[in-house]
Ligand binder design. Structure first.
Ligand SMILES: C[S@@+](CC[C@H](N)C(=O)[O-])C[C@H]1O[C@@H](n2cnc3c(N)ncnc32)[C@H](O)[C@@H]1O
Length: 355
């Protein structure tokens, strides 16, 4: 028994130290996860760091649950040996109780502690993954798609009320440069107004003899526009950026495209496609006039953060030459909102002259 007793004591001590370490794994996991989550909550705008911290929390918990399982397995091997070496003195707590109360039975199942610890670690890993996915959805605009719809439903709901404000400003005072250019045009132009709203601009342009197509995704806005400007010869079309895929525009091309007060409604991931589609609708030698809104975003209205440098970079990348056409205050008097105007022309216009 001399050797067996020594072996027994050695294995028993080994089992005890493994058991002590195993109990530290959940504490380690909680400390790690808490620290990482706190770190995430303090980061303002650093997606890379947020992702690294949350991924560390996700994989950290999974790895620690693997370590826990491994520990418990090795401990089980020691327990088996101890049981075989001294079956009389071995305390067997693994029998399933016959008790009726579920919780009591559950707590007396084999390896309950290990299972509960693992559940906790998997839960922490799942929460980290959910937060990470939610963070990126928010950032990339899974909610952006929703926001784009949010803008349409906002205009659908408030079309009549908004019309008073929009129609209180004349086209000439809103866009004097455009009014002057269109008024002086030597021939009737083909003009597209994207995000035409109440049709104030489209009707003014059509009334000067130009061929006018006005596009807006909001049915209520289109209805208001048609009612207010029933006399004007405008083709009203329900469609939206980035696709503008209605058959009415299938083979169309325009000398001038207006993109006034719309860009803040285009989700970041849709902007390249939107610019490409606008370029495809613009005749060589034609111009796009865009005004972009600078100011706080309004979630209810489905607006996104936009900046003039980003707009210029995106437009240039889409193949436009961009010329600034001035800054102006908000015509509806909102102090925190201001506007920048740009004229975009196709850089390939010369090469495409034969189109
Ligand atoms: C602030 S109003 C601008 C109206 C007009 N262009 C002006 O300058 O007064 C924005 C308009 O953009 C429209 N809009 C929103 N999302 C759009 C999208 N994805 N594509 C085209 N128009 C959109 C809205 O329905 C709304 O009529």
């Amino acid at each position: 028994m001399g050797l067996t007793k020594e072996a027994y004591e050695q294995n028993y001590l080994q089992f005890r130290s493994l058991n002590q370490i195993m109990w530290q794994i959940p504490v380690l996991a909680m400390t790690l996860t808490g620290g990482l989550w706190f770190g995430v909550s303090t980061i303002d705008d650093d997606p890379l760091l947020v992702s690294i911290l949350l991924l560390t929390a996700f994989f950290g918990n999974l790895v620690l649950s693997g370590v826990l399982l491994r520990f418990r397995h090795v401990m089980g091997c020691y327990l088996d040996w101890l049981k075989r070496a001294d079956s009389e003195g071995y305390v067997n707590a693994s029998t399933v109780s016959e008790a009726v109360i579920f919780m009591y039975r559950f707590c007396n199942l084999d390896k309950t502690v290990r299972t509960l610890f693992c559940c906790m670690l998997w839960w922490a890993a799942a929460c980290s993954a959910i937060v990470l996915v939610g963070y990126w959805c928010d950032r990339l605009g899974d909610i952006d798609l929703g926001s784009s719809d949010a803008s349409v439903s906002y205009y659908d709901q408030h079309a009549a009320a908004l019309a008073d404000g929009y129609e209180s400003v004349s086209f000439e005072s809103a866009y004097p440069y455009l009014a002057q250019k269109l008024g002086a045009a030597a021939r009737p132009l083909h003009v597209l107004d994207v995000g035409a709203g109440t049709g104030r601009d489209a009707s003014w342009i059509a009334d000067r003899g130009h061929n006018m197509v006005a596009v807006d995704p909001s049915q209520s806005m289109l209805t208001v526009a048609q009612n207010l400007h029933a006399e004007s010869s405008v083709a009203w079309v329900q469609d939206r950026l980035p696709d503008l895929s209605t058959t009415a525009l299938a083979n169309a091309s325009f000398d001038m495209i207006l993109l006034n007060a719309v860009w803040m409604h285009i989700a970041p991931q849709d902007r390249d496609a939107a610019l490409a589609r606008i370029k495809s609708l613009l005749r060589p030698g034609g111009s796009v006039f865009a005004t972009i809104r600078l100011g706080p975003i309004n979630e209810e209205r489905g607006t996104y953060h936009i900046s003039a440098p980003n707009f210029v970079t995106d437009a240039q990348a889409a193949g436009f030459t961009v010329v600034p056409r001035g800054d102006f205050p908000d015509l509806l008097g909102r102090p925190q909102v201001s506007w920048k105007a740009f004229e975009l022309t196709r850089r390939d216009a010369l090469g495409d002259g034969a189109e």
